[in-house]
Design a protein around this ligand. Structure first.
Ligand SMILES: Cc1cc2nc3c(=O)[nH]c(=O)nc-3n(C[C@H](O)[C@H](O)[C@H](O)COP(=O)(O)O)c2cc1C
Length: 209
């Protein structure tokens, strides 16, 4: 007699069947997990395909965007400037800094890098940004002007040092009156549960209406 317990292969047919059942069960479990992740909470994505677009210079808005994507099961798309913003570029005390110069010029359209977002399959587009001088950074205009957002519900969201979002949404609405804007929301320090409630309200009151 010899000890073959170190062998990974099953020794007879019964073992082989059991082996196959176990593999099948593992594959099915992986499929169920993947589809649940894709669907988002409350099965939202089955009826509403969300795209969550954001620009974030220092990471705050990015964190909120990730939570919205999680809750909706939507795709996440980060707007990446062709030229990254340095700390000096973001210095609002310097009238000559890049951000000051861009925000003083309504026509400024900083270039984006990377491929475009796939907007075709979605009907709801969340657009997030940090408030800069009470407005959306100009690269948000670059994104909007380079994508076909007609017929989609657009939901702005923002983070800030305290300013509200209303001024920036008014400006975007005036600049792009053909798009379907919702009033949007400032999400400073907002937790996951509050974001889920807000998203549920939007779907109930605006999108499913
Ligand atoms: C150039 C610049 C201008 C800003 N202007 C405002 C403003 O007008 N009101 C405000 O409350 N916060 C303002 N902030 C603060 C940002 O909105 C805030 O820190 C935001 O959460 C940063 O988001 P992010 O980390 O995603 O870039 C400004 C920040 C920068 C860099």
């Amino acid at each position: 007699m010899y000890d073959d317990s170190y062998l990974c292969m099953p020794k007879h047919q019964g073992d082989i069947l059991m082996y196959r059942i176990m593999i099948l069960a593992a594959v099915m479990a992986m499929c169920v997990t993947a589809s649940a992740q894709n669907e988002g909470e409350n099965g939202m994505q089955t009826e509403n395909r969300a795209l969550v677009v954001y620009f974030s210079a220092t990471g705050t808005t990015a964190g909120v965007a990730r939570m919205i994507a999680d809750v909706t099961g939507g795709k996440l798309y980060g707007i990446v400037p062709q030229q990254a913003y340095t700390a000096g570029d973001l210095d609002w005390n310097d009238r000559q800094s890049r951000s000051s110069v861009e925000m003083n010029n309504p026509q400024a359209r900083p270039a984006m890098k990377g491929s475009c977002a796939d907007t075709e399959a979605c009907n709801v587009v969340f657009i997030g940004y940090p408030i800069w001088w009470n407005q959306a950074p100009r690269i948000i205009n670059t994104f909007i002007e380079n994508h076909d957002l007609k017929g989609k519900t657009i939901v702005p969201f923002a983070t800030s040092g305290g300013s509200g979002i209303a001024g920036s949404v008014k400006e975007l609405r005036n600049t792009y009156p053909d798009l379907e804007w919702t009033e949007g929301r400032l999400l400073n320090g907002t937790g996951r549960n509050a974001i889920r409630d807000w998203v549920n309200d939007i779907y109930r009151n605006i999108i499913w209406k």
